[in-house]
Write a protein that binds this ligand. Structure first.
Ligand code: ARG
Length: 298
């Protein structure tokens, strides 16, 4: 370094003499040289460190991806899918006694796309989340993505938009969200409709394991109305159209909800595979066909 500097100095000196600089100027410039060299060295070192960090973090990501793929529930031949077949048209018990509906058909199509067998397990809606990662691998149940649920599970991309509806007797005075105050409201236990009632001033939730039981109690006059998702509300009302009507939540200022498939927390590989299948079935028209068959024909 010393030798290098003295060579540079002599060079600078000679050049500046030629250029007509004073000895003082040259000395000043020379003084700055070591500090400039140090700055340059520091800059190079910090760039190298940054590059090193980027490489290390990219390698870390690859390792995480590999580990996630190795430990993923996706490696099983059969995916056990939990549902609650009390939620037409998304899931209900079909004529052959097995769960059927939009969600079930979508899940089976995804299984076919992914080369996985799908085994459907019907259970109570409010047991689904706790069963993910033990009794079941994933859950599809017209389940709304909520911040609270996200603490326990990971969700796929959303596959359907919904909103709560209010089912009321035909002659009911309920017309606005304000009219729900202080009422007894039938809901399915552990659903977003159930959570909503907790926020309505003075209202009491009558909780049922099945939405249809809440509707029956509305027909019997045991509850004032039922809060349940829009599509099941339409199905239930269509079975009793002389007595009941459904007010769609959008007219009452309720928030939009988004259905997604729930999976164990942290199984990034499974989420990636499921989202990939969902996107593929949307792209190839299968999704639209199922919407037509199960939802629009309801
Ligand atoms: N979307 C509502 C929720 O996530 C209700 C879902 C009920 N689903 C069912 N299969 N019973 O809470």
């Amino acid at each position: 370094m010393r030798k290098f500097l003295s060579v540079v100095l002599t060079g600078v000196l000679a050049l500046s003499m030629l250029a007509g600089c004073s000895q003082k100027d040259v000395e000043k410039a020379a003084e700055q040289l070591p500090s400039q060299a140090a700055e340059a060295a520091k800059e190079i070192a910090s760039q190298a460190a940054e590059a090193g960090e980027a490489i290390a973090s990219a390698a870390g990501d690859v390792i995480k991806d590999v580990e996630s793929a190795e430990n993923s529930a996706f490696n099983k031949d059969t995916l056990v899918v939990g549902t609650n077949a009390e939620f037409p048209p998304f899931e209900y018990v079909g004529a052959d006694g097995n769960p059927d509906g939009f969600d079930i058909a979508l899940m089976k199509a995804m299984g076919e796309y992914l080369g996985k067998k799908i085994e459907v397990q019907n259970m109570q809606f409010d047991s689904l989340i706790a069963s993910i990662g033990n009794k079941i691998d994933i859950a599809i149940a017209g389940m709304t993505v909520t911040e609270e649920r996200k603490q326990s599970v990971d969700f796929s991309d959303s596959y359907y938009d919904a909103v709560q509806s209010v089912i009321v007797p035909k002659d009911s005075a309920i017309k606005t969200a304000d009219d729900l105050k202080n009422l007894t409201i039938g809901v399915q236990l552990g659903t977003t409709g159930d959570f909503m009632v907790a926020d309505i001033e003075g209202a009491t939730a009558s909780q049922y394991n099945k939405g249809v039981d809440a509707v029956n109690d509305l027909l019997n006059g045991r509850v004032d109305c039922v809060i349940i998702d829009k599509n099941p509300a339409q199905v239930f009302v269509s079975l009793h159209h002389d007595e009941l009507v459904a007010i769609e939540g959008t007219e009452l200022g309720f928030e939009a909800e988004h259905y997604a498939i729930a999976m164990p927390k942290g199984d990034a590989y499974l989420v990636e595979m499921i989202n990939g299948a969902l996107a593929a079935l949307k792209a190839d028209g299968t999704y639209d066909e199922l919407v037509k068959k199960y939802i629009e024909a309801q």
